[in-house]
Design a protein around this ligand. Structure first.
Ligand SMILES: NC(=O)C1=CN([C@@H]2O[C@H](COP(=O)(O)OP(=O)(O)OC[C@H]3O[C@@H](n4cnc5c(N)ncnc54)[C@H](OP(=O)(O)O)[C@@H]3O)[C@@H](O)[C@H]2O)[C@@H](O)CC1
Ligand SMILES: Nc1ncnc2c1ncn2[C@@H]1O[C@H](COP(=O)(O)OP(=O)(O)O)[C@@H](O)[C@H]1O
Ligand SMILES: [K+]
Length: 552
């Protein structure tokens, strides 16, 4: 895993490095600028030869300071570099001022209006060093227009210009992954895309990625992320450990990486999956129960059940109303089937060895669903040798508690996982959702939800956020080469619920949180492996091949 930092955490790290006396702000700025130039030349090796053109846009803070370093280093390569500044040079912070003055000693500095920026000859590289982690409010209109990709049309063959963002495309809030705008109120239900669009082809950030690189609009605006080590101290490995319960302050990125370095999938996730299973009897691999809805409504449960079985649960049983037995029997083989009448207690049809439940997909929003949820959450492990069953609540199991979430939260336990999409999340947490979330990041909202619910909460989407009570949080992003828009298909969420239960069901599987992270990752890997044209039924069928590849 890799830590994702907030802007404040990054500032604290930089400050600690400077306070230690080992490095000065000026040295950090030089390393940052050099790192950006190196990243540009690595990304586009054809730029290593010849005299090229660059336009560099510098802002009023240290992001602008990086821009002046980049301009100088490119000019030293005999590039023709044009620099535009937003702000008063006399008010630049000290390190940025030093670099401005070095540049201005023998080069011009132009104003930052769209007319000035998009004039002159077409550059090979366009560098955005206007704002980084210091953005505090929406971009001024004229700055937004100078950064707008549409302005590039002033040049012929504009598509050949390589757009590079320093730390982030300016205007992106690196804590939330949103672009605050004066024109559209900060309302998550309004169209999140800004009127002017500042999209990079390459974004170069420092030390580790920030939250906003992976949340919301971040990946779509940054496009490709390069991380430059500027030597501000070591990573904190124990906080980023794979498979461990997450740290209460730091957010981690769910990926086979360790402090930014790729890990072999054998180490993660396969070693964790294997560890939780060990050897043994099929019951040791867990028995998962999936509740199905009535006649004609069992598909969601069947897909969840198949995912749980493919994920490695030893046994999976679908429980359905007696009237739906024939329908389900026509579809199920390896997955077992039992009838459960409305007035029957669970204990009449299942034994105490059941170690996982999926409740909700296709069940219907009803009082009956509420009762089953509470009944399931009341089942606890017999004796210290066993753990409480993992209980995944999705879809109708969540919506059935709309307006009365406290009743649900009174029964959840540490091995409960809620898997809402944003709509379902809003039904349980209206004050953390929709317009009420304005100004708050998805991380903040999901952390608060996990605290309130007293269990793990996973909120789905291209940026999936997982949180546990006490502050631990992770982001799993289907981004930066892992985009799977075709995963937005009916039933994909049911499969995810089954995956979590299947991975978390072995009695020896202690970490429901780690298994939830792994499930989110495998879900997207399965979708990538299949490709466009995917329907939800295809997802579980990808798992055997995927496991084989990951173990290779
Ligand atoms: N510290 C270090 O050692 C290192 C830092 N590094 C680099 O520094 C960057 C962070 O620098 P930073 O903290 O100065 O913030 P930055 O993003 O330049 O912006 C702050 C300025 O913008 C202004 N402002 C904000 N929003 C505005 C708006 N909408 N419209 C108008 N003005 C606005 C704000 O003004 P204020 O809000 O105070 O009025 C302030 O003047 C970081 O991203 C990385 O690139 C690297 O070199 C590595 C070493
Ligand atoms: N653009 C996207 N990229 C990647 N994954 C997505 C995207 N849109 C949705 N998903 C994933 O697809 C699944 C949809 O689940 P859900 O909303 O519950 O739908 P359903 O109820 O039809 O199963 C979630 O796991 C979500 O993370
Ligand atoms: K920038």
């Amino acid at each position: 895993m890799t830590e994702l930092l907030s802007a404040q955490q990054m500032r604290d790290i930089e400050k600690a490095a400077m306070d230690s006396g080992e490095v000065t702000g000026l040295e950090l700025m030089e390393r940052a600028g050099q790192g950006v130039v190196d990243a540009i030349l690595a990304e586009w090796p054809e730029l290593q030869k010849g005299k090229r053109r660059a336009v560099v846009l510098c802002g009023p803070g240290n992001n602008g300071g990086d821009g002046f370093v980049i301009a100088r280093l490119l000019a030293e390569r005999e590039w023709a570099v044009r620099v535009h500044l937003f702000g008063d040079p006399a008010k630049l912070p000290p390190d940025a001022k030093v670099n401005h003055d070095r540049w201005a000693a023998d080069h011009g500095v132009l104003p930052m209006t769209a007319d000035d920026v998009f004039a002159g000859e077409r550059p090979d590289v366009f560098v955005d060093a206007v704002f980084g982690i210091g953005l505090t409010r929406p971009l001024p209109e004229h700055v937004a227009r100078a950064l707008d990709v549409k302005g590039m049309k002033a040049w012929k063959r504009a598509h050949e210009i390589r757009r590079v963002a320093v730390d982030c495309p300016s205007g992106l809030d690196l804590d939330r992954g949103v672009v605050p705008s004066d024109m559209e109120p900060d309302d998550p239900e309004a169209d999140p895309w800004p009127r002017t669009l500042n999209v990079a082809e390459l974004t170069v950030t420092f030390h580790t990625p920030k939250l906003g690189h992976y949340l919301g609009l971040g990946p779509g605006l940054c496009r490709k992320l390069a991380i430059v080590d500027i030597g501000v101290g070591p990573f904190v490995p124990e906080r980023a450990m794979v498979g461990m319960h997450p740290d209460s302050e730091r957010v981690r990125l769910v990926a086979p990486t360790f402090a930014g370095t790729p890990l072999r999938p054998r180490m993660w996730p396969m070693s964790h999956i294997a560890k939780s299973r060990g050897m043994g009897h099929k019951f040791d691999h867990g028995h998962v129960i999936v509740f199905a809805g009535g006649v004609g409504r069992g598909g969601a449960a069947r897909m969840a059940a198949r995912a749980a079985l493919r994920a490695g649960a030893g046994l999976v049983t679908v429980l359905c109303p007696p009237a739906a037995v024939i329908e389900n029997a026509c579809h199920l083989d390896a997955v077992m089937l039992r009838a459960l009448a409305k007035d029957q207690a669970l204990a009449e049809v299942i034994d105490e060895r059941v170690s996982g439940f999926v409740v909700g997909p296709g069940m219907g929003v009803s009082e009956w669903t509420r009762k089953r949820v509470i009944e399931v959450l009341g089942r606890r492990a017999e004796g210290a040798a066993h753990r409480d069953p993992i209980v995944v609540l999705d879809a109708d199991a969540l919506t059935s508690f709309e307006g009365d979430p406290q009743t649900l939260f009174a029964h959840t336990h540490g091995r409960t996982v809620l898997t809402p999409h944003e709509g379902e999340f809003g039904r349980l947490f209206p004050d953390l959702s929709g317009p009420a979330r304005a100004g708050m990041s998805k991380i903040h909202a999901v952390r608060a939800a996990a605290d309130r619910a007293g269990c793990i909460v996973l909120v789905k989407g291209p940026d999936t956020v997982i949180a546990a009570p006490g502050g631990g949080a992770s982001v799993h992003a289907a981004a930066y080469g892992r985009e799977v828009p075709w995963l937005a298909t009916a039933g994909a969420g049911d499969v995810l619920a089954g995956l979590i239960a299947g991975l978390g069901a072995p009695h020896t599987s202690s970490e429901a949180y780690a298994m939830t992270e792994i499930a989110a990752w495998l879900h997207v890997e399965a979708a990538r492996r299949f490709g466009p044209g995917l329907i939800a039924e295809d997802l579980p069928e990808q798992l055997p091949g995927l496991f084989a590849e990951l173990s290779g």
